[in-house]
Design a protein. Sequence first.
Length: 461
Amino acid sequence: MTGIFARFVSGLTMETIPAEVIEKTRACILNGYGIALGSHTTAFFPVAARSVLMLDGVREKGATLLRDGRKTSAAGAALANAALFHGRAQEDTCGVAHFGAILLPLLTALIENGEGEVADFIPALVAGYEVGGALESAYSPQTTAAGLRATPLYGTIAAAAAVARLWKLDVDQTGAALANAASFSGGILQSFGDGTDEWRYQVGIAGRNGLTAAALALQGSVSAANAFEGRAGFVRAFVRTDCDVEHFQEKLGREWSVMKVTFKPYPVCALNQTPVNAALRLRERIQAPLQSVKSVKIYLNPTVVGYAGMNTRGPFKSVSGTLMSIQYCVATTLLNGVPTVAQMSKFDDSDINAFMSRVTPVADASLGLLACRIEVEVEGQAAPLIEEFQADHATYSYDRAGVSRLIRQIGEETGVAAQSYACLEKFVEELPRADLNDVLNAFRPIQRPVDAVAGRAIGAQ
């Protein structure tokens, strides 16, 4: 199957990709950079940047740490900047995977470092979305149920595909890169269950591993042709089933994964976007004081209720926990309105914690993955208030204008100048003949060096 993927990746050009796929890809690029800008106040980039500086150091030439301003290796910048793209948890979603937060910082770092051309940015990005998306679509229900996170599991392979296309590797080298990536993939969901931050850094590690997979292939690695379908290959190992090679051969280039990518209006888990929307509608309908609410039942698809970290009332020690919790997201929305990063950080808020005790998620197999129904019982009212929100991927699949409105709204919340978004919009509009300096200039107003590196550089005396 590496050959099927490799031939598809190698054949991607601006001429062979449908126009509607290119336009949706432009929206993904704009969203990714815009969310990264709006994440400059979050705590995850500094941790990743300090780690990268400890490992790779500051370099005169290299790739920019986007919220810091200094340069380091391309691999290091990809790792640290991915934490910025993932900072608000409003990155795009392809199925249940967040490929944009892996691929965009990786390709940006490589192009800035002279290891690729802007003209190949869109084909490389599409390569990653399509290969990763094909695997995610086929297997994520099984792998997620087993405790594996789709983003790094399939994102490492997506990253290798993107780099292979950016570097214009031949078909054999591309196949080797994908085979290497299949061996380097992984990533568990337990950080969601514990409400901790490892998942913030999985995206950067996936990008770095995918880059390494492609570099090894370029330098002549001998890699398994049956890495996906073999008896001990990726599909058998992670999914516990046989690989349907013909399925991928039929789908690639016909059902484009980019077209199912969705965007997040709120800084919460993708699976909590609809509960928040329903809660906002319900908030307008509740006439009595919220203290008179007796119970809130939220009916959701069983996959949502059972996903790690979703059905929990805390206690929370990081926004990584609150944004996953159905109870917290609905409680804070009913009490305070549209959730913000600041609102999601109120771990010890007595009102929210008290209200959460009245909120109960209920699994309902009749509901789609992005649908929900909320029933609220209010003292003195005989019948419950009911709010249904029937959403699918099209509900959150914004065009470029919609993405622009979203990221500029986030900029108003986080103090990012409108000119930064103008730079990003110019870059996206001018692709494939754009200037990456427009992206770098967009981030300059929010740059400040991270705190001093804790510890010493590896190898230092």
